[in-house]
Write a protein that binds this ligand. Structure first.
Ligand SMILES: [Zn+2]
Length: 74
């Protein structure tokens, strides 16, 4: 149990550092190519709209929290 909790803490801090240093990750739908194959033809990825990147979950949560905090602290 202690090992699992320590692992979770390590993983969470790793994610926090990653979100701070590199907020964008590769799009998971198109694996960072910006295109998906549909009906035998390459199409623009509907998830990232061809930008090839996505905002990491932790960064999205942080931005959302920041926005809410700033709106409330006026
Ligand atoms: Zn994509």
């Amino acid at each position: 149990m202690l090992v699992a909790m320590a692992g979770l803490v390590v993983w969470l801090s790793g994610q926090a550092v990653l979100c701070a240093v590199k907020p964008f990750g590769k799009c998971r739908r198109c694996q960072g190519t910006g295109e998906v194959e549909r009906f035998g033809k390459p199409r623009t990825c509907p998830r990232c709209h061809g930008h090839r990147l996505r905002l990491r979950l932790g960064r999205r949560a942080h931005n959302s929290w920041r926005r809410t905090y700033d709106n409330g602290a006026r």
